[in-house]
Ligand binder design. Structure first.
Ligand code: PLP
Length: 317
C-alpha cells in the first residue's frame, strides 16, 4: 500500500496560465496587509530578507501556526510552549517572551480584522555566510503574519475527504516543527496528484501521522491514535481531541497503529489547526467504513464545535 505510485503528469501550464497565477499570487500577498519582520510591522510586499538567511539556505528555522477564532488566538500558551520546545531542540534562543509574542500576534490579528484567521510565525537562525555549523552571534530572523481564513470545514465534515498512504520519508525528529518541509511538500503533492487531500504516512509498518496533520482511527467505539514521540508532531488539535474525549467519556487510547489496521478501521480522521477534524471516506481509492463520516466522528466534531463556540463566547480559555 505504501509503494510510491507512478505519478500522472498533466500537460504543463501554458505561459498565460503561469502569468495569470503569478499575478494572482502577487495580489494575494498584497492583500496580506501588514506583516511583522524583525521588530517592525511593514506592508507584506515591502518586507524583505537577505537571500543568505539560513531559513532560505538551509531551512534552518522553526515555525508555528496558531488558529484564531472570534478574533482571539486559540490555545496560544500551547503553541508558544511547542515553539519553545522546537527552538530548544535546535539550539536557538527564543527571540521574544510569551507576552511579546502575544502582543505581536494579536496586533496582526486586529489589523486583519476578521473573526476567523490563522497566524503564521517563523524564527530562523538568521543571516550568515554559508556554513552548515551554527554561526557565532547571528541574529534570528523573526517573521509573522495573519491570514484571513474560512474555517468552512462543515462541508468536508459532512462529505469526508480522500487520502492516500505513503512511505514516511521524513527525518527522525518530526516532533520539531521545522521549516525544512521538503518531504511533507512532496508527500502532499503526491496526494494532490492522486486527487486526494492528505497523505497518511507509514514508517516500518506503523502509521505515524499525515503530511500536515495527526491521524485517528476508530474501531467499534474506540478511538486510537499513535503516541507522541520523535516520529510525530505533538499536534495542539490532537491534544484537544484527547481532552474532549476524556471530558465526554469517549474511549480513546494512544498506541502504535499498524498499517493494516487502516484497511479495517470503521472510521479514520485527521486533525490539525487549520483543518480542525476531518473524516476520511476513501483511502488509496478504497472505501473507509460505510463510506460516509461515521457516528464517532460526528460526536467528536460536535464536541469540538461546541468547545469553539464556548471559546468565542469567552466561556473557556
Ligand atoms: N503533524 C504535522 C506533520 C503537521 O504539520 C501538523 C500541522 O501542521 C500537525 C500534525 C497538526 O498540528 P496542529 O494540530 O498543532 O496544527
Amino acid at each position: 500500500m505504501t509503494a510510491t505510485k507512478p505519478q500522472q503528469h498533466n500537460k504543463g501550464p501554458t505561459r498565460e496560465d503561469s502569468a495569470g497565477s503569478r499575478r494572482q499570487q502577487a495580489i494575494e500577498i498584497a492583500a496580506m496587509g501588514t506583516v511583522y519582520l524583525n521588530g517592525e510591522f511593514v506592508a507584506a510586499e515591502a518586507a524583505s530578507i537577505s537571500p543568505m538567511d539560513r531559513g532560505f539556505i538551509f531551512g534552518d528555522g522553526i515555525y508555528e501556526v496558531v488558529p484564531v477564532f472570534g478574533g482571539r488566538l486559540f490555545r496560544p500558551g500551547q503553541h508558544l510552549q511547542r515553539l519553545r520546545n522546537s527552538l530548544g531542540a535546535i539550539g536557538l534562543e527564543n527571540p521574544l517572551t510569551d507576552s511579546q509574542w502575544a502582543s505581536v500576534l494579536q496586533r496582526l490579528v486586529d489589523d486583519a480584522g476578521t473573526d476567523d484567521q490563522y497566524v503564521y510565525l517563523q524564527v530562523t537562525r538568521g543571516v550568515a555566510p554559508r556554513n552548515h555549523a551554527f554561526p557565532d552571534n547571528a541574529r534570528p530572523t523573526v517573521f509573522a503574519y495573519a491570514q484571513r481564513m474560512n474555517y468552512a470545514t462543515a462541508t468536508s465534515a459532512a462529505t469526508g475527504i480522500a487520502v492516500i498512504t505513503a512511505e514516511d520519508i521524513r527525518w527522525r525528529r518530526c516532533d520539531i516543527k521545522s521549516t525544512a518541509l521538503l518531504a511533507a511538500v512532496m508527500l502532499r503533492q503526491q496526494a494532490a496528484e492522486s486527487g486526494a487531500d492528505e497523505a497518511i504516512l507509514v514508517r516500518d509498518g506503523l502509521v505515524t501521522e499525515g503530511a500536515a496533520s495527526n491521524v485517528f482511527l476508530v474501531r467499534d467505539d474506540t478511538v486510537v491514535t499513535p503516541p507522541k514521540g520523535p516520529l510525530i508532531l505533538a499536534g495542539i488539535t490532537r491534544d484537544l481531541v484527547l481532552e474532549l474525549a476524556q471530558q465526554h467519556d469517549m474511549a480513546l487510547i494512544e498506541r502504535a497503529v499498524k498499517e493494516n489496521e487502516l484497511a479495517t478501521a470503521h472510521e479514520i480522521w485527521i486533525a490539525s489547526s487549520t483543518n480542525e477534524i476531518k473524516p476520511i471516506i476513501r483511502i488509496d481509492g478504497a472505501t473507509v467504513g460505510s463510506g460516509e463520516p461515521g457516528p464517532v466522528f460526528a460526536r467528536m466534531y460536535q464536541h469540538y464545535q461546541d468547545y469553539k463556540r464556548a471559546f468565542c463566547e469567552g466561556r473557556v480559555d
